[in-house]
Design a protein around this ligand. Structure first.
Ligand SMILES: *Cc1c(COP(=O)(O)O)cnc(C)c1O
Length: 469
C-alpha cells in the first residue's frame, strides 16, 4: 500500500515512511492510494474476532512494511483487557432499542484518544528501535491529547515527551492526570499563557529546521495517519456488536472537533462497512455543521473560538477535514490545493459548487447538527432520567444530535468520547452529583506533581529540551 498527499505530491511512500511524519512536504495530508475493499466473506470472517485480532486484520490491509508477526504482537500488546477494562475493549452500552453508546473511553486517560494513542506508542517504539533512532515529541495540549500521548509514551524506549499546557487552565483532574506521571521520559511544561501560546511555541520550534533536526523533534498530532487508521477498527467492532448479519446497516453520530474521529468512520464506510449515515455533532463551535448544511467551509480565528463546556471540541479549524474533501472531489489534488492552499488563505473560506454538493449528498451519507451548553445540560439530565446512564459533555453533544437525526429502522450508535469523571463540573450542574470515578483514581489530585512552570518563551522551551535530551 502506497500513501499520497491530498495536495498532489506524487512521491510514493509506505506506512513506515509516514508514521513519524506530520504534514506531507506540499502541506497536504497523507491518505492511502486506494481504500481496500472488504467483501461479504471478509465481513463474515471478521465478525467473530476479538478486538486485537480485528485490529490486526484491518491494519494489515494498510501496512505492508512491518512483518505480520510483529504487527500481530503490537496489536495484541495494545488492546488488552488490563488497559481498556473489558474483554470487548469497545463494548456497546444500549440506551433503548435502536440506540446505543459505543464505549471508547475506558483507556487510561478516560477519553477515546487512548484508542489510537496506545497503538501509536507501540508503533513508535517499534519503528525507532528498528531504525536505531530516538525521537523527542513536542506537543501542546488543552487536556485530552496531552494526557493520552503521555500515557501512551510513558516508559517507551527511545522516546521523550515534552508537553506544553496553559498553566492553571486545565481541569484539576486533567492536570493531576498528567503531572502525576513519574516516568523520567515525560516532561510537563506549564506556560504562563493560553493554549494558543503553547501551540505557537510548538510551531516556532518545529519551523526551526536546524533545531528540529539536531534534537529530533516530532509530534503526535491528530493529522497522523496511524492515529486515524487505529480509529477505523472500532467502527467495525461496533457494527459487529450492533448487528446480526452483514445485510443490516447502522448509522453513527460522532462528537467532532478536528474531524479525526468521524474521518475514520468515513474510511470504514469507503472500505465497504455497511454504514448508512455518519452524523457530525458539533458544539457552539459549529464550523463543520455549517459546512454540511451549506457547503461553505469557514474556519474561525482563535478570537472567534468559544470556550465551552465540551472543551475538546472547541476548535476553529478542523485539521483532518482536508482528507474528506479530497475524496469528495474525486481525489483531485490540484483542486484541494486551490481550496486549502489558496482560497482559505486569501478569502478565508471556500464554497462547494452545486454539483459538488449534490455529489456529497448522493455519495457520502453525511448529516450534521449542533448543540449548546443548555442542550448538553438537558441531554445529560434526560439520559440519566430515561436510561440511568451518566454521560460526559462531549457525548451529550453527540446524543442530542443523534436523537434529532436518527431514522426509524436504522440503529444509531453514538460514540462516547470521554467519561463524565473528566468533566465533573457540568455533571454537577446538571445532576447535582459528582460523577463516579473508575477504580484506583480516588487519590489522583493528591499525588505528587512533576511540572515545570515557565513563561511563554520559545527560547526557554528550547533550552529545557536541550538540557533534557
Ligand atoms: C478530541 C476529542 C473530541 C473531538 O475529536 P476529533 O477527532 O478532533 O473530531 C471529542 N470529544 C473528546 C472528549 C475529545 O477528547
Amino acid at each position: 500500500m502506497n500513501y499520497l498527499s491530498t495536495r498532489g505530491d506524487p512521491a510514493a511512500r509506505h506506512f513506515s515512511d509516514i508514521l513519524l511524519e506530520g504534514l506531507a512536504p506540499d502541506g497536504g495530508l497523507y491518505l492511502p492510494q486506494t481504500y481496500p475493499q472488504v467483501d461479504a466473506a471478509t465481513l463474515a470472517r471478521w465478525r467473530g474476532l476479538a478486538y486485537a485480532d480485528l485490529a490486526f486484520e484491518i491494519l494489515s490491509l494498510y501496512i505492508d512494511d512491518i512483518p505480520a508477526a510483529d504487527l500481530k504482537a503490537l496489536t495484541q500488546r495494545t488492546y488488552t483487557e488490563a488497559v481498556f477494562g473489558t474483554p470487548q475493549i469497545t463494548p456497546l452500552k444500549p440506551l433503548e432499542p435502536g440506540l446505543a453508546l459505543v464505549a471508547l473511553s475506558n483507556g487510561p486517560t478516560l477519553a477515546f484518544k487512548d484508542m489510537a494513542m496506545q497503538l501509536l506508542g507501540q508503533l513508535f517504539e517499534y519503528e525507532l528501535k528498528r531504525r536505531g533512532e530516538t525521537l523527542n515529541i513536542l506537543g501542546a495540549t488543552s487536556g485530552d491529547t496531552g494526557s493520552a500521548a503521555e500515557y501512551a509514551m510513558r516508559g517507551k524506549a527511545g522516546i521523550q515527551v515534552f508537553m506544553l499546557s496553559p498553566h492553571g487552565r486545565m481541569s484539576p483532574f486533567q492536570q493531576a492526570q498528567m503531572f502525576s506521571l513519574k516516568e523520567p521520559n515525560i516532561h510537563n511544561l506549564a506556560l504562563h499563557g493560553v493554549f494558543d501560546d503553547c501551540q505557537d511555541i510548538v510551531k516556532a520550534v518545529s519551523n526551526d529546521l536546524a533545531f528540529k533536526r539536531q534534537y529530533r523533534i516530532g509530534t503526535v498530532n491528530s493529522i497522523n495517519w496511524a492515529r486515524l487508521l487505529a480509529q477505523v477498527v472500532y467502527y467495525f467492532a461496533a457494527y459487529f456488536q450492533a448487528t446480526r448479519s452483514d445485510q443490516e446497516r447502522v448509522s453513527f453520530t460522532v462528537p467532532s472537533g478536528n474531524f479525526g474521529n468521524v474521518c475514520a468512520g468515513h474510511v470504514a464506510r469507503m472500505m465497504g462497512l455497511p454504514i448508512d449515515r455518519l452524523v457530525v455533532a458539533t458544539n457552539e463551535n459549529d464550523v463543520l455543521d455549517e459546512f454540511f448544511r451549506t457547503g461553505v467551509y469557514r474556519p474561525r480565528g482563535a478570537a472567534q473560538t468559544l470556550e465551552t463546556s465540551s472543551p475538546s471540541m472547541d476548535i476553529s479549524k478542523a485539521s483532518n477535514f482536508e482528507r474528506f474533501v479530497f475524496d469528495l472531489l474525486d481525489r483531485d489534488g490540484a483542486r484541494v490545493r486551490q481550496l486549502f492552499g489558496e482560497q482559505l488563505a486569501t478569502q478565508g473560506y471556500f464554497e462547494l459548487s452545486a454539483e459538488e454538493r449534490a455529489r456529497m449528498s448522493a455519495r457520502f451519507g453525511f448529516a450534521s447538527g449542533r448543540s449548546t451548553h443548555a442542550d448538553r445540560v438537558a441531554t445529560i439530565q434526560r439520559c440519566h432520567r430515561q436510561y440511568g446512564q451518566i454521560i460526559d459533555t462531549h457525548t451529550a453533544d453527540g446524543l442530542k444530535v443523534a436523537l434529532e437525526q436518527r431514522q426509524a429502522g436504522t440503529p444509531m450508535l453514538v460514540l462516547e468520547t470521554a467519561l463524565p469523571a473528566k468533566f465533573a463540573a457540568t455533571i454537577e450542574e446538571a445532576l447535582g452529583v459528582v460523577p463516579p470515578r473508575p477504580a484506583g483514581l480516588d487519590d489522583l489530585e493528591s499525588r505528587p506533581k512533576r511540572v515545570q512552570v515557565m513563561p511563554v518563551s520559545v527560547d526557554r522551551v528550547k533550552q529545557f529540551i536541550v538540557d533534557h535530551v
